[in-house]
Design a binder for this molecule. Structure first.
Ligand code: MTE
Ligand code: MO
Length: 379
């Protein structure tokens, strides 16, 4: 059994799949903490968790036409400046279950909590690439992507992999880290021990765990997850007609928000107002500037208070925002069902679409329509 040596996990992480392990924390616990406790951080594994023997661990760094280097973890820590950064990771499949309400989708039925926030410590990928000589634009030539490989292998012995554009990797304001530490502790086995990529503002899939290789190339990662997964399509594209070559791999996430409390189906005991709490996040370093909530299915909107938010700078805002509001309930709500909706606005004034229907896609990725929760007001 390739899954015989999986790590232990916190009981609050309810798995949507156990082999490989995939789990999200309860949404109400998620918004209790600006920094997600390590044991509650969602887990998204495509393959068995590898067992890494530190006696043999090295990171290989190189690329087409470049000199190859290998670093032990200690060498990486000695050679390059240490950086700390708070960043949110969101799986591109977050909220797939909401999108599935429109039409069935093949894939894990993630709720709203395939997203978490942590402080990471590591070294800048841009510093390592500068060490390879790539800070000089002349040297870059046709090199366009930075590919990552993990130590987890599929049944054909191909590693998990992903890539990001070289511009993001080289930009010191892009803040891409190779991180060994999460909230002041070494990465746990589930989160990529001993080293992972933190490519902030980009979907989780590219933030390769159990990192073994960084390779600069004219091409994107050849891995299944870069080429034939984590891509969006128009709603009419189905499994008979899909051509994965026709759509670019998702990198930056669009603007997102969700209501974590109350829960869908909750019974509410106050007919005047309802207290609503949730998170908001946008990709590409864009800051959340506003979150609006409705208690009448989107007819009228109320402002929320951004109760915990990052202060990381223009197009460099990598961490999520938590928000809260006391929203007046419509008159005569007693005994009735009420639809709560939330939508966020980011610093590029992007906002969330009203419904999933025109955005439904067969992989169920980037599901970011208004989040809707139905509660019953007590009689
Ligand atoms: N890296 C490796 N090596 N193997 C994986 O299966 N899953 C990716 C990414 N990195 C994955 C990986 C996906 S799809 C996501 S969403 C994030 O890891 C999740 O990170 P987490 O498990 O630390 O929350
Ligand atoms: Mo993911």
């Amino acid at each position: 059994d390739p899954f015989a040596s999986e790590p232990g996990r916190h009981p609050a992480l309810a798995p949507s799949s156990s082999k490989p392990f995939n789990a999200e924390p309860p949404a109400e616990l998620l918004v209790d903490n600006y920094i997600t406790p390590n044991e509650l951080f969602f887990v998204r594994n495509h393959l068995p968790v590898p067992q890494v023997d530190m006696k043999n661990y090295v990171l290989t760094v190189g690329g087409e036409g470049l000199k190859k280097h290998s670093f032990t973890l200690d060498e990486l820590k000695e050679k390059f400046k240490h950086r700390k950064m708070v960043a949110t990771i969101q799986c591109a499949g977050n909220r797939r279950s909401n999108m599935m309400e429109v039409k069935k989708i093949k894939g894990l039925s993630w709720g709203i909590a395939a997203i978490s926030n942590a402080e990471w410590t590591g070294v800048f990928l841009s510093d390592i690439l500068a060490h390879l000589g790539l800070a000089d634009p002349e040297k870059r030539g046709e090199l366009k992507h930075v590919q990552f490989e993990g130590l987890d292998l599929d049944p054909e012995k191909a590693p998990y992999g992903g890539s990001i554009p070289i511009e993001k990797a080289l930009d010191p304001s892009g803040d891409v880290l190779l991180a060994w530490d999460m909230n002041g502790e070494p990465l746990s086995r589930d989160h990529g021990f001993p080293l992972r990529v933190i490519a902030p503002g980009i979907i989780g899939a590219r933030q390769v765990k159990w990192l073994s290789k960084v390779w600069v190339s004219p091409d994107e990662s050849p891995s299944h997850w870069q080429q034939n997964d984590y891509k969006g399509f128009a709603p009419q594209v189905d499994w008979d007609t899909v051509d994965f070559k026709k759509s670019p791999a998702i990198q930056e996430y669009p603007v997102q928000s969700a209501i974590c409390e109350p829960k869908d189906g909750a019974v509410w005991d106050n007919e005047e107002e309802v207290t609503v709490r949730g998170y908001a996040y946008s990709g590409g370093g864009r800051e959340i500037i506003r979150v609006d909530v409705s208690a009448d299915g989107g007819k009228t909107w109320h402002p929320t208070e951004l109760v915990a938010k990052p202060n990381q700078g223009y197009n460099r805002t990598w961490a999520w925002t938590l928000w809260e509001a006391d929203v007046p309930l419509p008159k005569d709500s007693k005994g009735k069902e009420v639809e709560l909706c939330a939508k966020a606005v980011d610093s590029a004034y992007n906002t969330q679409p009203e419904s999933f229907k025109p955005y439904w896609n067969l992989r169920g990725v980037v599901a970011n329509a208004w989040h809707r929760v139905h509660i019953k007001v007590e009689d």
